[in-house]
Design a binder for this molecule. Structure first.
Ligand SMILES: *[C@@H]1O[C@H](CO)[C@@H](O)[C@H](O)[C@H]1NC(C)=O
Length: 290
């Protein structure tokens, strides 16, 4: 029901969906709230459309930014250049969340730092109705600290697609009988924080503060996403922008499934569906479907 209303809205874009005003140019502080210490978030450039922002982590604080809008489905991408050198213990994130609390939804990309020369791990995860033990983790096929790379989340009623430089590495499908993030609007978050207790070699390697401040840079953020600022969710309060048709029903084709298989074969470092120790009663249902 909800889905068909949205599709109707997209199909009848001229009539229903374009009643909202065109998106005006907006600077960083129009689009985002700062999280953590304000002076740990540096806007390096801002032409009112596109920004370059550096987040800092030191002993006193981590930092981040959160979208003022909440969204129900969208395509979110950003370029990131991760903390270089000894980044062990640091966690850099780009994720969507419906908020704290029971039954929340979340779609995560998180980068766990490492000792100099050792590889970062990119964690991807999906939470639906408070259940989030669904990690796929990958090493990257390039040094993510040497330059900017594009990280993208596509979230639509059919699936969630994670992409690195436009290469799909994971798809998380919706099954009608299983929980899926589809009704709670989410905010976009980007953060840099101390994850020493968890991040590097399962928490064995802590942050070395002598290397602080740690800095991660973001640029070229883009969200082509249906804005829904009604905490109760529901399609009737969604406004979908022009361009929605390009992602709202996108699923991976053969080539996309091929790159997912390639990433799993060559770069996967953890798959919850292969972690029998964690699921002694049997794997989550989606693990045996396709
Ligand atoms: C850090 O490097 C070690 C050794 O190469 C590796 O086992 C581990 O997966 C890397 N990443 C993290 C986040 O621990």
């Amino acid at each position: 029901m909800a889905t068909s209303m949205l599709l109707l809205c997209v199909a009848a874009a001229a009539a229903v969906c374009s009643m909202a005003p065109a998106v005006a140019a907006a600077g960083f502080y129009d689009k985002f709230d700062v999280v953590g210490a304000r002076d740990h978030v540096r806007v390096l450039s801002d032409d009112g459309k596109s920004q370059q922002v550096a987040l800092t982590l030191d002993r006193s604080s981590g930092s981040g930014f959160t979208s003022k809008d909440t969204y129900l489905f969208g395509e979110f991408s950003v370029q990131m250049k991760l903390v270089g050198g000894n980044s062990a213990g640091t966690v850099t994130s780009f994720y969507l969340s419906s908020g704290e609390g029971e039954g929340h939804d979340e779609i995560d990309i998180e980068f766990m730092g490492n000792l100099s020369g050792d590889p970062y791990v990119m964690n991807t995860n999906v939470w639906a109705n408070g259940d989030g033990k669904k990690e796929h983790q990958f090493y990257l096929w390039f040094d993510p600290t040497a330059d900017y790379h594009v990280y993208k989340i596509i979230w639509n009623p059919k699936n969630i697609i994670f992409q690195v430089d436009d290469v799909p590495v994971r798809t998380f499908k919706k099954y009608d009988d299983l929980a899926y993030p589809q009704s709670k609007p989410m905010r976009l978050h980007a953060t840099l924080w101390d994850g020493s207790y968890w991040a590097t070699r399962h928490g064995d390697v802590k942050i070395d503060w002598s290397g602080a401040p740690f800095v991660v840079s973001y640029r070229g953020y883009s969200a082509n996403a249906c804005v829904n600022n009604n905490p109760a969710g529901g399609w009737s309060s969604s406004w979908c922008p022009e361009g929605t048709a390009a992602w709202i029903s996108r699923e991976l084709d053969g080539a996309g499934l091929g790159t997912v298989a390639w990433a799993e074969r060559n770069y996967m470092s953890y798959n919850y569906c292969a972690d029998g120790w964690r699921f002694p009663q049997g794997f989550p249902a989606e693990c045996s479907r396709n």
